[in-house]
Design a protein around this ligand. Structure first.
Ligand code: BGC
Length: 727
């Protein structure tokens, strides 16, 4: 199903990636360069030049003799922010919804090319904070509610981007899971939850060789994330062995001595005071810069600490080969003056494929979908979410408005659209203009019903948006309802047409009071598909692509069914502990509307012959499991339907009772494409990490004693076969 282009890109990635230096090699080179730097110079390369003082969102001071350039740090996770001629693809939450490692890597691969093409040294992404509450404003930048899934998405994203010599930046470290009070609140968590849930994707990022980590705005146990000795020095650099550099989120540096000693390696954007307006250059004062040099002279910070900061930055730069032919930075802080550098190539093809691969089919009664265009006389398309933004694309600063179809959320994690194929356009291209009647008015229900009533199929669109809490804008979601009169519009259309198809573009779960309406025959969930929205939707509607997207979060029947909400206090208590998302629903026995991992296909799959083999790497002489202990589970999957298509085979692990763990946790997934009638064996390998819990008393990962169960199936609530094993 993947294009030739897609496969060739993967091959290219493999070739380039082989060139990335090991940390040891990079440190040897860095030692030579940093060895020639004065204290002032070491400090200079750790310090941002201040807001709007350079072409990029963040710019460090350059030095000469020895030469080290000004590093350009630029948002964001889904594309190059604030630039022309770039690709604006699917959001992180869609990358997760594809459950497709190859596609996630291919996405990262083109991102790496585009960031490099613009001469950006550090891509400020991926974002890995959890969708702890369905209302978390920035959850759409990340991967949803499961740390294992987030860890895979992060690792694939980092490897793909860094293969092109761009330093990835995993963010926001850590426990920055809501927008409300993000600058002032303190997150409180126990060590086990920290390790098993929130640290997990950062740990996988470090394993993937990530070059930088962004510390977050919030405090943890009362200590700012960017001066948190325990979390930066003990956990990140110690326990996880992170060798790259820690950069502060923008103005999340709050001190000189505590920050430097607490493990911060780079202050961004460098100045202390927030600018009075977004386009006004910041002050020239800094917690780093001269203040840091003075602190060293006064012996409050050791010079070896500044050497370590510089080593971490320079080693990351060498590791990505940025010393060799790295392109000139091609951005301008005032976007209107940006040089014309087109880095898009044909990445639109991948965005279209990824948009289709991440579209989740939630309901499909009597095979309403797919629709063969030639067999249809008329189609109704209803709702503002089907159409273009009325004032044109990129007219709201950082997408801070929901006009027209929703293809990304708002805030620093956005990228300007080069164009936007809206759903109406996408459907017009496949059904033809003459067959389509449409209205983009969400409020005139009478008109909506009139247009819907005689059509063979009525498509009704709605959305729900959220984003970053910046500039006084409330970022989290205030409720889980659709925007723009969505529920009433859907009901009006469904009352009028017995073949109603609902399409929702959303940052996360929504309530669906209309879901059981007998005239609603199909529900599609394209999430945030980016610039190729309409094309990727049409590919699914017409069956050119058989849907295989899966929900990376739980959609509940009622808002009260979720156990985590936005915390209104300054203390954000992680009192749900391990029971976040589906783990809570499983534990409490609450039936979700659509469970984590859920998604339909135009075909169906049988599962058979589950086997499990333990102690793959058991040391017989020592009679113990060596560190990379592996359990291998295998299962046979057959396409028994009438369409070729891909299944997302998911493996959930239940720990022994002694572990006191959630009932089951995702520990593997594979996307497998099968022609009708075809079958194949799918294997899952579990390392010690995936079989362990965090033992608070020893501060180590241990494999708990007792019987494990591995369940394999099509969603967290559709386990087809399970099998027990012990060590
Ligand atoms: C956001 C970061 C972003 C940074 C630079 C901050 O407000 O939290 O995610 O990378 O700004 O734009």
């Amino acid at each position: 199903m993947y294009s030739y282009f897609f496969i060739s890109i993967l091959f290219y990635t493999a070739v380039v990636h082989a060139n990335v230096l090991s940390w040891d090699e990079a440190y040897i080179k860095a030692a030579v360069l940093v060895g020639q730097m004065s204290l002032d110079q070491k400090v200079a390369i750790t310090t941002g030049r201040g807001w709007a003082n350079g072409p990029c969102g963040g710019n460090t001071y350059p030095i000469s003799s020895p030469h080290f350039p000004s590093l350009c740090l630029q948002d964001g996770p889904l594309g190059v922010r604030g630039a022309n001629n770039v690709t604006s693809g699917v959001a992180g939450i869609n990358a997760a919804a594809s459950f497709d490692k190859m596609a996630i890597r291919a996405r990262a691969d083109y991102l790496g090319k585009e960031f490099r093409g613009k001469g950006i040294h550090v891509q400020l992404g991926p974002a890995v904070n959890m969708m702890r509450s369905p209302k978390s404003g920035r959850a759409w930048e990340g991967s949803g509610e499961d740390p294992y899934l987030a860890g895979i998405v992060a690792a694939e994203s980092i490897k793909g981007v860094q293969a092109h010599g761009v330093i990835a930046n995993v963010k926001h470290y850590i426990l920055n899971d809501q927008e409300l009070n993000r600058m002032t609140s303190s997150s409180e968590i126990d060590a086990r939850t920290l390790h098993e849930i929130h640290l997990w994707p950062f740990a996988r990022s470090v394993e993937a060789g990530v070059g930088s980590v962004m510390c977050s705005f919030n405090k943890i146990s009362g200590v700012h994330a960017c001066e948190n000795d325990y979390l930066l020095n003990t956990v990140l650099k110690g326990e996880l062995g992170f060798k790259g550099f820690v950069v502060s989120d923008w103005w999340a540096t709050h001190s000189t001595v505590q920050a430097a000693n607490g493990g911060l390696d780079m202050a961004m954007p460098g100045d202390i005071t927030l600018p009075t307006a977004i386009d006004i250059p910041g002050s020239s004062d800094s917690y780093f810069g001269k203040n840091l040099t003075d602190a060293v002279i006064q012996k409050d910070v050791s010079e070896s600490r500044t050497t370590d900061m510089a080593m971490r930055i320079v080693a990351s730069w060498y590791k990505m080969h940025q010393d060799e032919n790295f392109p000139q930075t091609q951005l301008s802080f005032d976007q209107r003056n940006s040089p014309f550098v087109n880095v898009q190539e044909n990445h639109r093809v991948l965005v279209r494929e990824m948009g289709a691969a991440s579209n989740v089919l939630l309901k499909n009664i009597n095979f309403t979908l797919p629709i063969v265009p030639s067999q249809v006389k008329s189609i109704a398309v209803i709702g503002s979410d089907a159409g273009p933004p009325p004032n044109g694309i990129n007219t709201c600063f950082l997408n801070y408005c929901s006009n027209g179809t929703l293809a990304q959320g708002w805030g620093s994690g956005t990228a300007d659209f080069p164009y936007l194929i809206d759903p109406l356009q996408g459907l017009r291209e496949v059904f033809g203009d003459t067959k389509i009647k449409s209205t983009l008015n969400d409020w005139d229900l009478h008109q909506a019903a009139e247009i819907a009533k005689d059509a063979d199929f009525a498509f009704v669109f709605s959305n729900a948006d959220s984003g970053e809490g910046l500039l006084g804008i409330y970022g989290d979601r205030k409720n889980l309802s659709l925007w723009q009169n969505g529920d009433n519009l859907i009901k009006a259309v469904a009352d009028a047409n017995s073949n109603t198809i609902v399409v929702i573009h959303s940052v996360g779960p929504v309530l669906m009071p209309w879901i059981n309406h007998p005239n609603i025959k199909a529900v599609l969930w394209p999430g945030l598909p980016g610039q190729e929205s309409g094309h990727s939707l049409a590919d699914i509607v017409t069956g050119k692509v058989n849907p295989s997207g899966r929900l990376p979060y739980t959609i509940a029947k009622r808002e009260e069914d979720y156990n985590v909400d936005i915390d209104l206090d300054q203390v954000v208590e992680y009192s749900e502990r391990l029971l976040m998302g589906y783990k809570w629903f499983d534990h409490a026995g609450i039936e979700p509307l659509f469970p984590f991992g859920y998604g339909l296909s135009y075909t169906s799959f049988d599962y058979d012959d589950l086997k499990v083999k333990t102690r793959v790497f058991y040391d017989d002489d020592a009679k113990r499991i060596v560190s990379d202990a592996i359990v291998r589970a295998s299962i046979n999957v057959r396409n028994r339907g009438t369409y070729d298509g891909a299944e997302i085979v998911q493996a959930y692990l239940s720990f022994p009772k002694s572990a006191n763990s959630p009932p089951q946790q995702l520990r593997g997934f594979e996307k497998i494409f099968l022609q009708k009638g075809q079958n194949a064996t799918v294997e899952f390998d579990l390392r010690k990490t995936e079989l362990s819990i965090w033992d608070v008393s020893t501060g180590t990962w241990v494999i708990p004693a007792g019987e494990f169960t591995i369940g394999i199936g099509a969603s967290s609530r559709d386990i087809r076969m399970s099998i027990g094993f012990t060590f």
